[in-house]
Design a protein around this ligand. Structure first.
Ligand code: BGC
Length: 581
């Protein structure tokens, strides 16, 4: 593909100009130009409380103005003079040349949304003692107005990174999203007429799906979908590229057709043909959201090496580098087209929300996004909770709640995770990714297809604060047995309907996993897709290290992943939240 890169981009640039202009206007919604400057992401107040000519005492207050909690806060600045920071309190302060880093103490390591921390230190200097002018909180510059990352294409924002070709900031803003007729018809004839006009993603889950549709009832190939999207006059189509070598290394349910070493087939027989179709100039006016390789990169962080959760297959995929190469090639090859918006999968809060997994995953994604010719400019953002069940927002408690002085983090359910729901996780991961080197205008898509948790078992108010476990157990709307459970979860319902720019840093709520399609077979069913029965899809299974040895919580009688599962679809309809009216 390399040979075609430059001409292709040029060609698309010309063709897209007209439609992008329209999108820019639409995307601004009701906002007047230039009125959208928002508050700084963080504020740092640095005060010299005492100065005796050769030394000083400083007091620093940092405030997190973002809407999500920040873990392991870290404030940085540079001195213009020869100041040297010394003994400190309420933070660990270190200095390298003129550069000072103040890191959170272990007993006060999080900054909630709107929360502040104060620390102080003594320093020495000779000459003058000018106050530093620029401060960063976990990599983000403080005390300067930033614009809401949701508000697309605000003109002349000095904090915006340079545009990525002709792309808009948020492809969903003001856009009509493509409805997959295969899924729509299946949903309508299965009792789901009321929701059958919702947009869902098209999964390219094997080579033959490019021509003739993904697993199960789906029959349309990629070209059919793109042509139909033009027919529908859609602005956006969502595809999932899901066919890495050695796919699904930590489970059996979605193992694929390519062996662990078949990276060349992935490139030549899967990505290149997709690029060939996507690159057809007749689709240049369509924004193509490409959701990249679910679960793959997080598996290389959490399920390898000496971890109790490690699998030999994930160790192999880490060692041979084929997930990283595959993702890099996918991003670079599809990213050559200015109408493609690549979103890399970031698992979900019940997987990467622990400190050991969080930053390391952002770093792993960065590594993939800068391999095989890809750059961070090929990345529009990230996709959270794809095909998972994590609650979008826990309405009755937050991570900052305590019960008799004990943090909810210490409850059995939260188990020291930093997040209790997907939105807070997605917003925090976005910031972490920027820290890791991604562009500051990245956004997150949250899959809300099956995380509604309505129905009779949904708590309607916070529980009594008797003890931390009973409080969390009886307050949480996510009714799973364990946050590590992922297969055909009993009790789940359809979640928020697809929506553009619903919250800061979130590009969209989207239905990526088509509701009604199975996550995996409860028992072995012969198939030609490489899929096997994973015990996590068997309701009688007692669990493994990845769900802390809990029951699987799966519905019985499930077909192979991707195939229609009528009983689950009916339950998703019944337990929808917001309910279906
Ligand atoms: C399956 C795919 C399917 C997708 C969407 C995955 O679990 O492995 O074959 O297309 O779900 O249902």
């Amino acid at each position: 593909m390399t040979g075609t890169r430059t001409p292709a981009r040029k060609r698309r640039t010309a063709l897209l100009a007209a439609s992008t202009l329209v999108a820019g206007v639409l995307g601004a919604g009701g906002l007047m130009q230039g009125t959208a400057a928002a508050a700084p992401a963080c504020t740092v107040d640095y005060t010299v409380v005492n100065d005796w000519g050769s030394g000083f005492t400083a007091s620093v207050t940092v405030t997190n103005n973002a809407t999500s909690t920040l873990s392991n806060w870290r404030v940085e600045w540079d001195y213009a003079g020869n100041q040297k920071a010394g003994q400190a309190w309420n933070a660990t302060v270190s200095q390298d040349g003129a550069h000072v880093t103040a890191s959170a103490p272990s007993w006060n390591s999080t900054l909630s949304a709107g929360g502040s921390a104060n620390f102080g230190f003594n320093g020495v200097y000779s000459g003058s003692n000018p106050k530093p002018t620029t401060f960063k909180l976990n990599g983000t510059t403080c005390n300067v107005d930033v614009q809401d990352p949701d508000i697309p294409d605000e003109p002349d924002d000095p904090t915006d990174p340079p545009p990525r070709g002709d792309r808009v900031d948020n492809p969903y803003a003001g856009a009509k999203v493509y409805v997959n007729p295969d899924w729509s018809a299946q949903a309508a004839r299965s009792g789901g007429r009321a929701i059958s006009n919702q947009p869902t993603a098209v999964w390219l889950d094997r080579i033959s799906a490019i021509e003739s549709g993904s697993a199960g009832e789906n029959t349309m190939g990629l070209r059919d979908h793109l042509d139909e999207a033009l027919e529908q006059d859609a602005d956006v189509i969502q595809i999932v590229t899901y066919n890495l070598p050695g796919r699904d290394c930590a489970a059996l349910a979605s193992q694929g057709e390519l062996g662990p070493n078949e990276i060349d087939r992935y490139k030549r027989e899967f990505i290149d043909p997709i690029a060939e179709i996507v690159g057809d100039p007749k689709y240049a006016g369509l924004r193509i959201v490409n959701i990249v390789e679910i679960d793959s990169l997080p598996n290389l962080v959490t399920n390898v090496g000496s971890r109790a959760t490690a699998t030999p297959q994930c160790d192999e995929m880490l060692a041979n580098g084929n997930y990283v190469k595959g993702v890099g090639y996918n991003l670079a090859t599809l990213g050559q087209y200015d109408n493609v918006y690549n979103y890399i999968d970031i698992g979900h809060h019940g997987w990467l929300g622990w400190d050991d997994n969080f930053g390391a995953s952002a770093d792993m994604l960065y590594k993939a996004a800068t391999s095989e010719g890809a750059t961070v400019d090929d990345v529009a953002g990230f996709a959270a909770n794809v095909a998972n069940y994590g609650a979008l927002k826990e309405p009755h408690f937050t991570i900052n709640d305590t019960v008799n002085g004990t943090s909810v983090r210490q409850s059995k359910w939260v188990d020291w995770n930093r997040y209790v729901d997907e939105q807070s996780y997605a917003q925090a991961f976005r910031q972490e990714a920027v820290r890791a080197g991604f562009r500051s205008d990245v956004g997150v898509i949250i899959d809300t297809s099956r995380n509604g948790w309505g129905g009779p078992n949904r708590p309607t108010a916070p529980a009594a604060k008797t003890n931390v476990d009973s409080f969390v157990e009886n307050s949480r709307i996510d009714r799973r047995i364990h946050t590590g459970n992922w297969c055909n979860q009993a009790g789940a319902g359809l979640g928020e309907r697809p929506k553009a720019a619903p919250a800061s840093g979130i590009d969209a709520y989207a239905w990526i996993k088509p509701p009604g399609e199975s996550d995996g077979a409860s028992e072995d069913i012969p198939n030609d897709e490489g899929k096997r029965a994973d015990q996590m899809c068997d309701p009688d299974y007692g669990g493994n290290a990845r769900n802390n040895n809990n029951k699987s919580g799966a519905l019985p009688g499930a077909p192979v992943s991707g195939h229609w599962f009528q009983a689950q679809f009916e339950e998703l309809l019944r337990n929808a939240y917001p309910p279906i009216n």
